[in-house]
Design a protein around this ligand. Structure first.
Ligand code: BES
Ligand code: MN
Ligand code: ZN
Length: 528
């Protein structure tokens, strides 16, 4: 879908040449508007006065054949006080009506009143999401995809947003939806259309952006790096693993990058610790973290913010096979720490830990990993908020705030050292699972063992990366909105680097695990 921005007042909206016109109306409409003159203004006043349009966010009214108006139909949608959530509600409801009105509509326009001008990215996202159709393995669905959406905003007046801010919001919205659609595309593809090799190719397509470079490592290079933990997951599959390294250069070379890591299990059967059959198809989504990193890079390519970002994607399948890793096997991670794999279904952390170790070479300002890591996170937080883990309070606040402002919220969970108790092993430096309790936290505690000295945050997106049912069944592209917004915010700050992680009384771990001695770290860095 192609977005255009236009400044057009409600009074002249009747002239807009478009198939369907969506008009957002807010609580202040009647109070603030002058005597209605134009066709749309009159239609809106009538609808409100006769209560055909209920004054409640998300309520809609479809009007056909409005005299003097080029578009047909006109769909009115109430957005209450114009909060981001209400704008999303209104746009979503209006888009649903639009799809019913003209299923094969190719050109529609969305009018935003002054009050909603600061919600431009939210409105664009809601529209794009409501009209999204996945077509790669269902080409027959193509006819339902929209070609152009024109965003008509009330012309700016003194005291409202300035032109630059409006343009910036529009550019951010556009970059966001393009990135999200890229994320959705790769998340939704079934595993035979989204192998590790395919993901590597998808990343390579992003090198069409001037500031993006991509290297895709295969099994030999990964073996050379000593990623024994990552390799052990991949060894049961006929699909060769890929380790994707992406560079976005938006700032001076000396500016330390943010490293984003995405879990790229293109299918998770559980391995020898096989998952039950029911619903296993959904494990094609176990690479949503990876797809989010790909999407964020697409957004960065579009938007060109002044920041350096590295994207790391360990990608492989988790399969049962004669060559598979077995429960009780011990592997050596890139950090040197040995891991007893008590459950082969806890594979996400096994590929992420080596990516975390690899991240060190970039001397990053911070490392953020995204992973559909634990079913336990769905039990804890459901499908509304992603799980956020970090020992750094300041980083937590910045990520939480980005989640709130983009309606892509997360919730912080604790990292007390006691939660790592269950990871103790008599046969290796660490086990890959604890007991059943607090499963998301033990998973995070496992990852934390590979982050000493890094400024690190982890997002468990098991409950938020896709929807299992309903009209929006499929990938959500979360947490792209929050991560992109966070990065844009970092780029705008004069000092984009957050301070080094502080030791926390209850959250941080002060003591490095024995096997991750400074000597070992030095060795790892020396491999550059
Ligand atoms: N990919 C799954 C987590 C998952 C499950 C995400 C269901 C979304 C929906 C992950 O690899 C996994 O299997 N985790 C196990 C960990 C357990 C063995 C400690 C889980 O959550 O059951
Ligand atoms: Mn698993
Ligand atoms: Zn998994």
């Amino acid at each position: 879908m192609n977005f255009e921005l236009k400044q057009l007042s409600l009074a002249s909206l009747h002239q807009q040449k478009t198939e369907i016109l969506l008009v957002l109306i807010d609580d202040n409409h009647l109070a603030s508007s002058h005597e209605p003159q134009s066709a749309i203004e009159q239609a809106v006043s009538r609808a409100l006065q006769k209560a055909h349009l209920e004054p409640k966010a998300g309520k809609t009214l479809t009007l056909w054949n409005v005299p003097g108006v080029k578009a047909n139909p006109v769909i009115l949608a109430h957005c209450g006080l114009g909060t981001a959530k209400q704008v999303r509600q209104a746009v979503t409801a209006a888009a649903k009506e639009a799809k019913t009105a003209i299923p094969e509509c190719k050109h529609l326009s969305l009018y935003l009143p002054s009050i909603a001008q600061e919600r431009v990215p939210s409105a664009m996202q809601a529209l794009s999401e409501s009209l999204y159709v996945y077509t790669t393995t269902k080409p027959s669905a193509k006819s339902a995809s929209l070609a152009t959406a024109v965003l008509c905003v009330e012309p700016l007046f003194k005291g409202s947003l300035d032109q630059t801010a409006l343009q910036e919001a529009f550019d951010e919205g556009k970059a966001r939806v393009l990135g999200m659609n890229f994320t959705k595309e790769w998340s939704n593809r079934p595993s035979n259309h989204a192998t590790p090799t395919h993901l590597g190719q998808a990343a390579k397509t992003l090198t069409s952006y001037k500031k993006i470079d991509v290297q895709v490592l295969g099994p030999k290079e990964v073996a050379k790096l000593g990623m024994g933990s990552f390799m052990s997951v991949a060894q049961g599959s006929n699909e060769p693993l890929r380790f994707i390294v992406m560079h976005y250069k938006g700032a001076a070379d000396k500016s330390p990058p943010v490293v984003l890591i995405g879990k790229g299990i293109t299918f998770d059967t559980g391995g020898i610790s096989l998952k039950p059959g029911a619903g296993m198809d959904e494990m094609k989504f176990d690479m949503c973290g990876a797809a989010t990193v790909l999407g964020v890079f697409k957004s960065l390519g579009e938007l060109s913010p002044k920041i350096n970002v590295i994207g790391l994607i360990p990608a492989c399948e988790n399969m049962p096979d004669g060559k598979s890793i077995k429960p009780g096997d011990v592997v050596t991670s890139m950090s040197g720490q040995t891991i007893e794999i008590l459950n082969t279904d806890a594979e996400g952390r096994l590929i992420l830990c080596d990516a975390l170790t690899y991240a060190r070479r970039f001397k990053p300002s911070l490392v953020l990993d995204m992973a559909t890591l634990t079913g336990a996170c769905i039990i804890a937080l459901g499908h509304l908020r992603s799980g956020l883990f970090t020992p750094n309070d300041e980083l937590a606040q910045a990520l939480l705030a980005a989640g709130e402002r983009t309606l892509d919220p997360c919730w912080r969970l604790p990292l007390d050292e006691e939660y790592a108790e269950g990871l103790k092993s008599n046969f290796a430096d660490t086990a890959n699972i604890g007991d059943r309790s607090a499963g998301s936290i033990t998973a995070a505690k496992f990852l934390e063992r590979f982050t000493q000295g890094l400024n690190w945050a982890h997002l468990d997106i098991a409950g938020t990366a896709w929807k299992s049912s309903g009209p929006g069944k499929g990938a959500t592209a979360r947490p792209l909105p929050m991560v992109l917004s966070f990065l844009i915010d970092q780029a705008k700050q004069s000092k984009p680097t957050l301070p080094a992680p502080k030791a926390h009384a209850s959250q941080g771990s002060k003591k490095a695990p024995q096997s991750l001695s400074s000597k070992k770290l030095g060795k790892t860095t020396a491999k550059r």
